[in-house]
Design a protein around this ligand. Structure first.
Ligand SMILES: *[C@@H]1O[C@H](CO)[C@@H](O)[C@H](O)[C@H]1NC(C)=O
Ligand SMILES: *[C@@H]1O[C@H](CO)[C@@H](O)[C@H](O)[C@H]1NC(C)=O
Ligand SMILES: *[C@@H]1O[C@H](CO)[C@@H](O)[C@H](O)[C@H]1NC(C)=O
Length: 352
């Protein structure tokens, strides 16, 4: 493979790249596995963890997930469309804060093209951050035991949030809308819900499967951005796929309730952030064997095409919806609650 690549003339590569997509942009959905207070990445072993998460992927998800864990081997199903993907993907959940101070959880919707999915989130692995078929770069898949986190749960100001590129909100006027992307919660009523888009860094140090803050083994490009093809820094030389989540929050039913009269936003994250600046996401890699690399190396675009081109199996949305896990914490997260699970109240920042 290396010999083949070395012998290829640069212009030949360029011609190939322009002629056809050389690599994959894959987008697929994962239904809800479970929603509860567990956080095996940041608070391993803690039952319950401090705040509520919504989790998708393989059903070997557990309060504690050591790097040597065999996620494909220990799972009996996955809530994701690719049957070889036993990874776990998760985020915090949104709550609506009523004028009387009570909280109610905001459920998720199946995304565009996956409307029948039971909540969950949509996952992308991108080689180049354009949605077109042309994906010119070659990127390396993650390894067993790899995990990462992005965002800052303590961020309450724009300055704190700006360290993290592209953890955004889109106020959906139509279900297909994808812009503008905001860094804070939208303050107006969004007709079709709120979408969060979360993009992880794309440069790996090539050595560590994790790091104490779950972020420093990864980096954004040295200059420019992933979108502009910015190079990886020498400390993090391995270019990985960009993992991105899209989560659609069904805020529509809350538009008919009383909203704050001062024009502020009534939605808060499950750990109390009412600014939106503390948007964050977690990823624990759990694809079977080389299944992810096979897809990344296939000339394909989106889901069905990537399945065909890489010989990977897809399951139906009905089967994805069947893969769920019993919650183990045993608390009410869905009634009208006097405080967020874990005891949090809404926290507003200096800018809100
Ligand atoms: C989580 O791990 C514990 C201890 O290893 C085990 O008893 C339990 O069945 C696991 N739960 C799930 C849902 O896999
Ligand atoms: C608070 O307001 C919500 C929304 O109007 C309502 O459903 C709930 O019952 C109220 N809770 C209390 C304790 O009054
Ligand atoms: C998959 O999509 C790519 C890009 O659109 C195209 O070149 C390729 O022929 C497609 N493969 C199949 C099997 O449809």
């Amino acid at each position: 493979m290396d010999t083949w690549r070395n012998k290829m003339h640069w212009t030949t590569l360029l011609t190939l790249a322009l002629a056809a997509p050389s690599n994959a942009l894959v987008r697929f959905h994962c239904s809800q596995l479970v929603t509860q207070r567990l956080d095996p990445l940041v608070q391993p072993g803690l039952i319950p963890s401090t705040h509520v998460h919504q989790i998708v992927g393989g059903n070997s998800f557990n309060a504690s997930m050591p790097p040597q864990k065999d996620m494909p081997g220990e799972s009996t199903c996955t809530s994701c469309q690719f049957t070889d993907d036993f990874s776990n993907y998760w985020t915090a959940v949104l709550y609506f804060r009523a004028q009387n101070g009570s909280y109610k959880r905001v459920p998720q919707l199946g995304n565009n093209q996956f409307r029948d999915a039971n909540g969950g989130l949509t996952v992308y692995y991108m080689q180049d951050a354009i949605y077109e078929t042309q994906q010119k770069s070659k990127v390396t898949a993650f390894q067993r035991g790899f995990r990462m986190f992005i965002g800052d749960v303590n961020a309450r100001t724009l300055a704190e949030a700006s360290r993290y590129r592209q953890l955004t909100y889109t106020c959906l006027d139509t279900f297909n809308q994808r812009s503008p992307e905001l860094i804070a919660f939208p303050t107006q009523k969004c007709k079709e819900g709120i979408m969060t888009s979360l993009r992880f860094p794309t440069c790996w140090d090539g050595k560590n499967l994790d790091s104490p803050d779950h972020m420093s083994h990864m980096s954004y490009p040295e200059t420019g951005t992933f979108e502009s093809g910015g190079p990886c820094p020498s400390t993090h030389p391995v270019r990985t796929a960009q993992v991105m989540f899209e989560v659609v929050w069904d805020t529509k039913p809350f538009n008919d309730l009383d909203w704050p009269s001062d024009g502020s936003n009534p939605f808060v994250w499950s750990f109390g952030d009412a600014t939106g600046f503390a948007n964050h996401a977690d990823y624990v890699f759990g694809w079977k064997g080389d299944a992810l690399q096979r897809i990344l190396d296939a000339p394909c675009h989106f889901m069905t095409n990537c399945s065909t081109e890489s010989n990977s199996k897809l399951q139906s949305v009905a089967d994805m919806n069947k893969c769920t896990q019993k919650e183990v914490v045993g608390e009410d997260i869905d009634g009208w609650l006097p405080a967020l699970p874990g005891g949090y109240q809404a926290q507003y920042g200096p800018d809100s």
